[in-house]
Design a protein around this ligand. Sequence first.
Ligand SMILES: [Zn+2]
Length: 297
Amino acid sequence: MKITMLGTGAALPDPDRAQSAILLTLDNGRNYLFDCGEGATRQMVRANIDPASVGFVFLTHLHHDHICDYPYFVISSWMLNKTGAPLVLGPKGTKHFVDHLFGQGAYHADFQARSAYPARQQNLEAAQPEVREVSPGVVYEDGHVKISVDWVEHIPRDICECFGVRVEAEGKVIAFSGDTAPCEAMVRLAQGADLLIHECTFPESFIAHRAKSGVGTYSHTSPTDLGKIASRARAKSLVATHFGHFDSTSPVLKRAAAKHLPVELMGPHLMDEIVVDIRKHYTGPLRLAHDLMRIDL
Ligand SMILES: [Zn+2]
């Protein structure tokens, strides 16, 4: 199987990273998309993957950096001659999100206009997603993959459930954290995984700065804690992702980040700090994700 890291950034617009999106492609050609942040669809095309061939989407939670490309993905797939209704799984609230996009929702006028073309009428179902809101446990099995999820700790659950994911396919296990503070659920989901893809939003120095300056709740995983989780899960390899712009050299991002990050410390050199801190507890194969990174398992 092949994993393509379509987007490896976080919430702010980043010239070097799309937002969270990971594509799993099995050897039989089946595609499974996990999260659909900004850029996901365009990145598929860059990676030579037809969005119309992606029939399965799992949304770990409803933060915009994990879902905002979804309408673009659905409409593009329809225009690229997808057949069949797209399937989307996610937490409670996913149906509300999707219902407000399609049908009588935000893209109603677009749908009305485009569906006037005979070519678009051949596959109208492609613009009508089937939504399944899921609970912890096995959420999907199709004879090729088995997908289990559990709650992780990111947003208060009464606002939005956040899921971590364990995927079993072709005799291998891949775990994906979504966004989360360090949590036991992720250690369980990643137990013995061939590949753990885990968020690592800020380096330790930025976390310390945020704590000192009193900027909001911190609900992500630090590099040091990530090393502990990967080690406790006995993950056979680790990819850190969902980087919170700390490595950016963009003047726009630096101005925007000034309220909550130590801007004078920003830059690509911080990736070295991340690795040193993960390595305090995890000695297995480690890679830092970048957009369009390809992993063969
Ligand atoms: Zn996020």
